[in-house]
Design a protein around this ligand. Structure first.
Ligand code: SF4
Length: 252
């Protein structure tokens, strides 16, 4: 069993495949909280801090999440959706942290069926989960967008950077790349040192940096600094197209 918080057809807004029409599955639950990203929300009168997808992270919202208890039902729903779309789009499996479910029978059966159906799957992952590529070989056919968390996430480095898990992905996945969400303050502080430490672990992977922001307003506060940071260090700048276009609207 795994939790889905939403599914929708849209355009990938971030990273290497920004701009590509994609079908999104967003799972519920995460092994991190990332309060440093500063998205504020209120639960029972208490202000909490999280990331822009706090609604898929905080267990408080789990009563709104869908329990997926049948792989076959979801697989046939997805095929129906593709038929309505008129072609088989790329798929982005995001969260929360989707790979918390990497060994879940139902989750893996869905992934395997999509791979067999010719779907190009990208996992948007925080990279902290060690994948068992040997016993779950469909993951070898997937792309891993390693969205590793830096100091601005508010999480301790030892929780965010698990070298063995990262090397495992670099070695076995069809494709992987690094994606960092940074803000103007981090650019001035430790961003380059933190990224360089990670690149010592993963020297082969391309780096994409994008501005922190759960809204157009917060992106505008960070984009120029990140843009210039990428030019200075020969990294790829990634915008966040869905937030530019739809602002804080969910399910797009
Ligand atoms: S790892 Fe990602 S989904 Fe989880 S809390 Fe951090 S930013 Fe949000």
């Amino acid at each position: 069993m795994f939790y889905l918080t939403e599914q929708f057809f849209s355009i990938q807004g971030e990273g290497k495949y920004a701009g590509v029409p994609s079908y999104f599955l967003r799972t519920g639950g995460c092994n991190l909280n990332c309060p440093g990203f500063g998205a504020e929300y209120v639960v029972d009168g208490e202000v909490r801090l999280g990331c822009d997808t706090y609604f898929a992270v905080d267990g408080h919202f789990s009563n709104k999440w869908q329990k997926v208890t049948s792989a076959n039902t979801l697989i046939s729903q997805l095929k129906d959706e593709f038929a309505k779309i008129g072609y088989v789009p790329d798929m982005v499996i995001t969260g929360g942290e989707p790979l918390m479910y990497s060994k879940d029978d139902i989750f893996y059966t869905v992934v395997e069926a999509m791979v067999d159906h010719g779907v190009k799957i990208t996992f948007e992952t925080n990279g902290t989960i060690e994948i068992d590529f040997e016993n779950y070989p469909a993951y070898k056919s997937c792309i891993f967008a390693l969205s590793l968390k830096l100091a601005n996430s508010g999480e301790p480095t030892e929780k965010c950077i698990i070298p063995q898990a990262l090397i495992n992905v670099q070695t076995h996945a069809k494709e992987s790349f690094l994606k960092f969400t940074i803000d103007a303050a981090l650019v001035e502080a430790t961003a380059i040192d933190e990224i360089n430490e990670i690149r010592e672990i993963l020297p082969e992977l391309d780096v994409y940096c994008m501005p922190v922001g759960e809204s157009r307003d917060t992106i505008w506060r960070n984009d120029k600094a990140v843009f210039e940071f990428c030019m200075k260090h020969n990294f790829h700048y990634s915008d966040r197209l869905h937030i530019r276009v739809f602002d804080t609207t969910q399910g797009v």
